[in-house]
Write a protein of this length. Structure first.
Lengths: 265, 111
């Protein structure tokens, strides 16, 4: 019997790898009941915020975002929240979960205490528009002010602007920012003083200030040497703890402070 | 964040103490008798506990102030800020326990 004939007659295997019955079987993911306590706000109905509880049966692999989807799709279609990629890259779904700023798409329900209701509210310090959606304009206003783009005074090169690995490593940490606002809206200084640039704007300024290819570092330092600039930072480390990308935000702010002190006029 | 809240609160407490302290000390210029009367009024257990609280606030504020200086000027300060906070709290206990034993035995022991 030739190999070709074997392939035709033998049944196609279900999987290339034979797994025992108890591994990888569908429907084997444990489920549990959880209460999601969402802080709702609808200015068309009432000016008051109301906490609403939702009882859900969720899987062990589910995230807070899945629970929010379940509410919106199966319980209450009026629930509003932002999300785009749902995989921790776009930075749309930063919210305050159990009193801490996190991305709903990166927070597994099983990592939270599911015995107690899980509280979900909009991030603080920015005006709430509806439910979990806030007006991000003040946040992006600060971001634009620090000029988050390459400024190079030399001639436009015909090939890449070269940089050594060390020069690139200098600002590697701050390139990870996804502009989710978890840091800025966790900052107690920003809560009470909305004029403060906030950690995210400083992180993005840091990304260009310490880039060897950029020529506008002094201009950015001048902008951040403002009353509402880096000196508003009281090193509470809330931003560093909140950052879903693990950026050492307070460290970056300290480096900008040092740069202002050492280089400036 | 709570180290910052504690720093703020102890800072305000110390400010109010200094305010009163400047006022009562300047009384000596006005009338030494009035000064003696005011200082005498402080010698009771309630003020004794107040003094203990004041020292607790100053010790925390002092050590945490050094921690903040380290965060601002020491390169690894940011990395080790949590450990520095624990050091502050341990130093606070180390200083406060002997002080409280001595101080409270004077306040309540009647010499």
């Amino acid at each position: 019997m030739s190999p070709i004939e074997t392939a035709e007659t033998a049944p196609e295997p279900a999987s290339k790898i034979e797994l025992p019955a108890h591994v990888g079987g569908g429907g084997e993911i444990p489920t549990f009941d959880v209460t999601l306590r969402v802080r709702r706000y609808n200015p068309e109905v009432s000016e008051d915020f109301v906490w609403e509880d939702y009882e859900l049966t969720m899987y062990g692999t589910d995230r807070v975002l899945d629970a929010l989807h379940k509410i919106k799709w199966e319980h209450d279609g009026s629930l509003s929240f932002r999300r785009s990629c749902a995989h921790g890259v776009c930075g749309s779904d930063a919210m305050r979960i159990n009193g801490r700023n996190r991305l709903a798409c990166k927070t597994l329900l099983k990592d939270l205490d599911t015995k107690k209701p899980i509280t979900v509210e909009a991030i603080k310090g920015l005006p709430v528009e509806k439910d979990l959606i806030v007006d991000m304009e003040p946040f992006f206003q600060s971001y634009r002010e620090i000029m988050p783009f390459l400024i190079n005074k030399g001639h436009e090169p015909t090939r890449e602007r070269l940089q050594s690995a060390e020069e690139r490593a200098r600002f590697d940490d701050t390139t990870k920012c996804i502009l989710c606002a978890a840091c800025t809206s966790s900052c107690p200084v920003f809560w009470t003083d909305g004029q403060y640039f906030g950690p995210a704007a400083i992180v993005n300024a840091h990304r260009f200030i310490f880039d060897s290819r950029d020529d506008a570092g002094d201009m950015r330092l001048e902008i951040l040497n403002d009353k509402e600039g880096v000196w508003r930072c009281r090193t509470t480390f809330n931003c560093t703890e909140a950052c879903p990308r693990g950026i050492q935000v307070t460290q970056a702010i300290s480096e900008v402070k040092q740069a202002i002190l050492s280089r400036q006029v | 964040m709570w180290s910052w809240v504690g720093h703020r609160i102890t800072g305000v407490v110390i400010f109010f103490f200094l305010l009163v302290h400047v006022l009562d000390t300047s009384l000596v210029r006005v009338s030494p008798e009035a000064y003696t009367a005011v200082i005498g009024a402080y010698k009771n257990p309630v003020m004794g506990l107040g003094e203990a609280g004041l020292v607790a606030a100053i010790v925390f504020h002092a050590f945490n102030g050094l921690r903040i200086v380290a965060i601002d000027f020491w390169k690894k300060g940011n990395k080790y800020q949590a450990r520095l906070l624990w050091s502050v709290l341990i130093l606070w206990v180390v200083v406060m326990v002997p002080f409280l034993i001595r101080h409270l035995s004077i306040v309540f022991g009647g010499h």
